[in-house]
Write a protein that binds this ligand. Structure first.
Ligand SMILES: Cc1cc2nc3c(=O)[nH]c(=O)nc-3n(C[C@H](O)[C@H](O)[C@H](O)COP(=O)(O)OP(=O)(O)OC[C@H]3O[C@@H](n4cnc5c(N)ncnc54)[C@H](O)[C@@H]3O)c2cc1C
Length: 432
């Protein structure tokens, strides 16, 4: 039997695979392989009004709200922003229709394996074999390609289990809300209202060095639902994992990762869907260039992946990520996290949006250091990040001391002796 060939094969039709397929099919012959019914998902997403508009998803908006509410035992923080909660089924339907209109060939098949051949890849599914010069792996966190090549270097995760429910009785059904369960189990409650009568209600748990298992939250979720919303009726299960981590390689010869398979979520933020929304056009444009220049070897494809990652920002994000996981260790630590968000004021929304530049990250980093004891910081940060963190602390201390001098505070002579020699002042001053 003749093997069918394409320009690009995309494995996985979640947000990453579908958005890349829609863009790339404008120029290339694309095959999209999905093992489940294409256009379905167990996830649910909130985003922002400007992004919904920019990416043509206004018709999929279920609810608009002007803040996200974080509650701790002692404080509340409202992150002011124009947020939208999507009807995830409508988002998937819109993308699937766009892909079909652009001529993407969509097959419901299970990707089993691949083989490198001259000038490309042969993909084997449960139903056949297909060839192309490029394979985009968008199979999410359990990608067979990532597993086969043992590519995961570091992984943390938010594990989620819940349901879309109706007949609920929340105080204000229109708010997007997060709060800790009243125990020390690292488990939190998320509420995404989708109408006056239906709400996405779920538990999420922060995991370190593991991808976790959403099913393990099932029992707890049923218990919480029964206790807090005794009349609720379950309509649809929501479950999955938001991963943040890094890979040993971001591409192989003729293969590149996009979405969760590439661990492209920023650390600690868990903005998977939003990241994909923001990056799929940059990614697709870079892929188009690589295709046209026939630069599909690992080295050149790694450059495409690098376009999605600014090394220094990633470095800072790792630190913020470590702190975020610290804040969810227990209810009292979550309290500290809410205090930190409050201290960031209006700026804190950039964190959830992942619209963080270096200046913002440095500011946030310094605030974090001032709210967590140094002994805790040292325990929390991986050894290879320590010099960087210490550098930040020295800069912070230096700046604080100088501002005291400017205020006319008389500093002890031991401090004045070392002050002029402290490193880093020049670069910090030019940063700001
Ligand atoms: C309940 C929940 C709430 C969330 N909330 C948010 C949010 O508010 N904001 C946000 O930004 N992110 C959120 N996320 C995270 C977001 O959903 C994910 O980051 C996003 O779905 C990742 O997209 P992806 O396409 O990379 O992977 P996935 O969505 O996992 O898609 C991978 C696809 O590949 C398919 N596949 C896997 N293996 C094979 C195979 N062998 N053959 C063929 N197909 C295969 C799968 O069936 C799947 O369709 C949430 C997730 C969950 C579960």
């Amino acid at each position: 039997m003749k093997m069918e060939s394409y320009d690009i094969i995309i494995a996985g039709a979640g947000p990453a695979g579908l958005t890349a397929a829609v863009e790339l099919s404008k120029e290339f012959k694309v095959l999209l392989i999905e093992k489940h019914k294409p256009g379905t998902t167990n996830a649910t997403w909130y985003s922002y009004a400007d992004r919904a508009k920019e990416y043509g998803l206004d018709d999929a908006v279920a609810v608009r709200t002007d803040y996200i509410k974080f509650t701790s035992p002692s404080e509340t923080h409202f992150m002011r922003d124009d947020c939208v909660i999507f009807d995830h089924n409508k988002v998937m339907e819109i993308w699937l229709n766009r892909a079909r209109t652009n001529g993407v060939e969509i097959r419901q098949e299970d990707f089993l394996d691949y083989q490198n051949v001259e000038n490309g890849i042969v993909v084997k599914t449960n139903k056949g074999k297909y060839s192309a010069p490029l394979l985009i792996d968008a199979m999410g966190i359990n990608s067979k390609i990532v597993q086969k090549n043992d590519l995961i270097k570091r992984k943390d995760a938010w594990v989620i289990y819940g349901a879309r429910v109706k007949n609920v009785d929340f105080e204000k059904p229109q708010q997007l809300e997060y709060y800790p369960l009243n125990d020390d189990a690292n488990t939190y409650v998320g509420i995404h209202p989708v109408s006056n009568t239906e709400t996405n209600f779920y538990l999420f748990k922060g995991e370190k060095n593991t991808l976790g298992n959403p099913e393990e939250l099932k029992e707890k979720f049923e218990e919480v639902l029964k206790k807090t919303q005794p009349n609720a009726e379950k309509l649809e299960t929501l479950s999955g994992t938001i991963v943040s981590g890094s890979l040993k390689k971001y591409a192989l010869d003729n293969i590149i990762f996009f979405g969760s398979s590439g661990m492209l979520n920023p650390d600690g933020c868990g903005m998977g869907f939003n990241e994909i929304l923001k990056k799929h056009r940059i990614f697709s444009a870079a892929i188009s260039k690589a295709m046209k220049g026939n630069r599909l070897d690992q080295k050149n494809l790694e450059k495409v992946a690098e376009k999605l990652r600014d090394q220094e920002v990633i470095h800072f994000q790792k630190i913020i990520g470590a702190f975020s996981l610290y804040f969810i260790k227990s209810t009292s630590k979550w309290d500290g996290g809410v205090k930190w968000l409050n201290a960031m004021g209006d700026d804190s929304k950039n964190w959830m949006r992942n619209e963080m530049d270096l200046k913002w990250l440095k500011k946030a980093n310094i605030r974090l250091h001032s709210s967590i004891p140094i002994t805790e910081t040292v325990k929390m940060i991986p050894l290879d990040e320590l010099p960087f963190i210490m550098g930040q602390l020295v800069r912070f201390t230096h700046k604080a001391l100088l501002s005291k001098i400017k205020e006319g505070v008389k500093l002890p002579s031991e401090v004045l002796k070392v002050l002029p020699g402290l490193p880093g002042l020049k670069s910090r001053e030019t940063d700001e």
